[in-house]
Ligand binder design. Structure first.
Ligand code: FES
Length: 108
């Protein structure tokens, strides 16, 4: 299992997920309203946009010129080097304890 942490303001929400699942699926497991993941993980909606915690940024760099990057660049609040689509981060043992910050969802 891989532990995934989500930071919301000063609160940390955690869940253990099997290897091979994604950070978006971890968010769904916790029923986090900040990540509606409307497209179900096919890189079409951008609603799974999260910020990678500083410690993990090097390991979770986005692929340049990828579909993910081109989608994120049009997202409000895009931060180069920190923004990722949670549905595109597949969990493996090396990501145990990975931490991402939730964005504010204006619809909440
Ligand atoms: Fe739609 Fe990630 S769930 S882009």
């Amino acid at each position: 299992m891989v532990k995934v942490n989500f930071i919301r303001d000063k609160e940390t929400l955690s869940v253990d997920m099997p290897v091979g699942r994604t950070i978006m699926e971890a968010a769904k497991e916790l029923d986090l309203p900040e990540i509606p993941a409307d497209c179900g993980g096919c890189q079409a909606c951008g609603t799974c946009h999260v910020y990678i915690d500083d410690v993990w940024c090097d390991k979770l760099k986005i692929k340049e010129d990828s579909l993910e990057q081109s989608l994120l660049e049009y997202e409000q609040g895009y931060i180069p080097g920190k923004s990722r689509l949670a549905c595109q981060i597949q969990l493996d043992d090396s990501l145990n304890n990975v931490t991402v910050k939730l964005r504010k969802n204006e619809l909440l």
